[in-house]
Ligand binder design. Structure first.
Ligand SMILES: NC(=O)c1ccc[n+]([C@@H]2O[C@H](COP(=O)([O-])OP(=O)(O)OC[C@H]3O[C@@H](n4cnc5c(N)ncnc54)[C@H](O)[C@@H]3O)[C@@H](O)[C@H]2O)c1
Length: 476
């Protein structure tokens, strides 16, 4: 099963002026990887600028030097991010070697490329007619080497995490699920009634069987999984496709992780929580009577297909649950992502989580930051009953507590999420928070913010401060 965490370098190809270097630097920083620029490597090796190299030694010599430099970069342990010079793909050896990397074509239209390139020192951007001919000539070469396409840093991160975000994507499911083999479609029973027919139609001849999971959190049980294990008649090399919210995705993903010791799966999230959070990052889990998510596995989907149009049928209460995660992501990213139109909001948030998870695929470090507000939220949920507070309200309140303890303004979060104080037992909530603390070796380690966009993880505060922050969330 080929997953996004396969240790391969990310290579960016594309025409001059596409922004490969800028995007490459951004992506490398977000993934915690080293960045290399192929042109700069050649320049460093020769002591000549690319323009001088061209003028003094000719294009052919430059291409040879490029191929050698790429060879060296690909041999480095990494994985890294490499911006490959626009013309390197003209060398057959380069095209072949790019097969070892995850290669993303950074797309740009011809006019933009020309406007950006003409002003600079680029040796091949001196004559507009030639520039345009070259663009057309290289197009099929880029197509031949590209594993994916993108036009900005978020796009590259999403491609690297094998997340495809596009309105109407469900109609192309048959092509978007990698491979050509048979597929078993596993759907939340309610979602099946709303979007199941579209998914089945799109899977066409690849669809081998359909299966339903109980609606919502009830999917995440041993019983529901056992039914699926028995119903599935897939062979290794065939694919399970999960359609539904975070619950169905978590359960079906766990079944995929365990059936035949792990088969490929694709996630098609249908809730805002699913699209910006649950379907990204490779965590799958089911619940036990003793608590949520106690049994699970890391098992990255081979592709996550995110169609924001599926959210049109989502009930308001479910949307609010997702909005709390969007606000959390915006606070971590340092940008008011919640102000964006839905489709862009989903794309940006999914990309943010994808980058953090690619950087820390097995949750051993930086991923902790994603818990912003969640320590308090879990305590409030554990002290509540009958689904009150909702997860969204609990996270909204948790974010308030985190902002207050960080000494930051809460106005915007209050305006966007409007969390009211919950009515839960204060002692039960405090006991739940202390249970978390016991599990973490006797200390509550909080995620706070130095400023929006600058999380601080592992913060320990005196008990009375934490308790006061928790109490302030609870109504009389
Ligand atoms: N694996 C992870 O990293 C991760 C991250 C966050 C949350 N989760 C898990 O996700 C679960 C919560 O997921 P959720 O909030 O998506 O809720 P959910 O999957 O329980 O779905 C909520 C409700 O919405 C309905 N629904 C789903 N899509 C719909 C649509 N498009 N139109 C109409 N109705 C629709 C469902 O039938 C259900 O009744 C929790 O179990 C949580 O632990 C996992």
């Amino acid at each position: 099963v080929v997953t996004p965490v396969d240790g391969r370098h990310i290579a960016l190809v594309g025409f001059m002026g596409a922004g490969k270097t800028t995007i490459g630097e951004e992506v490398a920083a977000r993934l915690g990887r080293a960045f290399h620029d192929l042109d700069a490597e050649v320049e460093r090796g020769s002591g000549l600028s690319a323009a001088e190299y061209f003028d003094e030694l000719g294009e052919e010599a430059f291409r040879r030097a490029e191929a050698i430099a790429l060879e060296r970069l690909l041999e480095r342990r990494g994985p890294t991010v490499i911006a490959v010079g626009g013309g390197a793909v003209e060398t057959p050896q380069v095209r072949e070697r790019l097969g070892d990397a995850f290669t993303v074509l950074v797309e740009v239209d011809l006019d933009t490329a020309w406007e950006r390139s003409r002003a600079g020192e680029r040796p091949l951007a001196r004559d507009e007619t030639e520039f345009r001919e070259r663009f057309e000539r290289r197009r099929p070469l880029y197509d031949a080497v590209a594993d994916a396409r993108a036009s900005d840093g978020d796009g590259v991160v999403l491609a690297a995490a094998r997340v495809h975000v596009a309105t109407g994507a469900i109609e192309l499911l048959g092509e978007l699920v990698p491979g050509e083999g048979r597929i078993a479609l596993v759907a939340d029973a309610r979602v099946d009634g709303i979007h199941g027919a579209d998914a089945q139609l799109a899977l066409g001849a690849r669809l081998a069987s359909t299966h339903e999971l109980p609606v919502g959190e009830a999917a995440k049980t041993v019983t529901a999984c056992a039914r699926l294990w028995e119903e599935l008649a897939l062979e290794r090399g065939e694919t399970l496709v999960a359609l539904g919210g975070g619950s169905a995705i978590d359960a079906a993903g766990f079944v995929a992780a365990t059936y035949l010791r792990g088969i490929a799966w694709a996630a098609v999230p249908t809730t805002l929580v699913g699209q910006v959070d649950a379907a990204i990052g490779g965590k799958t889990a089911i619940d036990l009577p003793a608590g949520k998510n106690l049994v699970g596995a890391f098992h990255w989907p081979v592709r996550t297909i995110v169609d924001p149009a599926l959210l049109e049928t989502l009930p308001e209460r479910e949307r609010r649950n997702g909005l709390a995660e969007v606000v959390k992501t915006g606070l971590l990213a340092g940008e008011p992502l919640w102000q964006l139109p839905t489709a862009e909001q989903v794309r940006r948030c999914a990309a943010f989580k994808a980058a953090v998870c690619l950087r820390d695929p097995y949750d051993r470090g930086p991923r902790t930051a994603l818990n912003l507000g969640h320590t308090f939220a879990h305590a409030l949920e554990a002290a509540g009953s009958y689904g009150e507070p909702t997860h969204g309200d609990a996270v909204a309140l948790g974010l308030l507590a985190a902002l207050r303890l960080s000494g930051l303004d809460t106005t915007e979060v209050e305006e966007v999420l409007r969390p009211g104080p919950v009515r839960v037992d204060r002692e039960r909530a405090w006991a739940a928070l202390r249970r978390d603390k016991k599990a973490a070796g006797g200390r509550v380690r909080l995620v706070l913010l130095e400023a929006p966009g600058r999380p601080r993880v592992g913060v320990e505060l005196p008990d009375d401060e934490v308790r006061a922050a928790l109490d302030a969330l609870i109504g009389p």
